[in-house]
Design a protein. Sequence first.
Length: 293
Amino acid sequence: MAAASPPKSKTAAAVPAAPPPPPFEPLPPPKVYLFRGAMGPIFSTGMDRLGEKLTQAGFSADVYEFTLCRLIGNRVIASYKEKAAPIVLIGHSMGGLCSIVISEMAAKENIPISLVIAIDPAHATGDVPLNVERFINIFLSDSVLGGGDVVAASGFRGHYASYDLKENARVSHINIEKSDDIHRQIVEMVTQLPRIPPQIQADAVPLRYLVPADTLVELWDSGVRVPVRRGDTMESIAAANRVPLWTLAQSNSLPENAQLTPGQTIIVPRHLTPPEPAAAMATPPAVPATSRK
């Protein structure tokens, strides 16, 4: 009897590879809207200087009084509908409140706001709405004229960072918006904005810092959870991520010399794009000695 031929092995059907994602196309240049606070031409002149720097960097940047808030908000919405471009809102004092009001107006039209920066906003400032992708608050919690500790609305999935500068005796409500170093960081953020690819924001951890007196202030976008490996310490993680040790202590409610366990996660502040090598010092121009407002 002839030997039976061995059964032919079945060849598994080739599974087609998933197509690569389309290349990221940079966004159009953002449009920047800046808002002064009350008596803006006297007390919010830092907004004008920041607007000039943004214009010199090649951006459309206009400065307004906060009293025109809803009128300008309608213009922002109309401009976006005519030609979509990233929207950046920056406001000092009542101008910070205005930035949130315009964000709320845009939310009703399903229009995203790419970046909102509030500089010592008024206490009455509302919560950050869900259409804001990045929010930064730089404020003085003990300020009477500002002091708005702005929080994000429930369900917020964007990037959030809050910086309380009340420990810095050289910073007051009427000079906080004049810091050249903070201006530099804001111009850098706006410059990099069109080049930031879409990101999954589920891993974004909000940051809230009480910045130590006379220390470097770096405007991170949000935090990210980093797993602890064997041998890691708070100091080694800070060094590896090039962040001050105090930021890890505050983000994680731990002492700076806390003992860490492998597998544990530590919240580390981050930028969405690499920063310039120089850190920013929140040291505004010298002003005559006055009591903090």
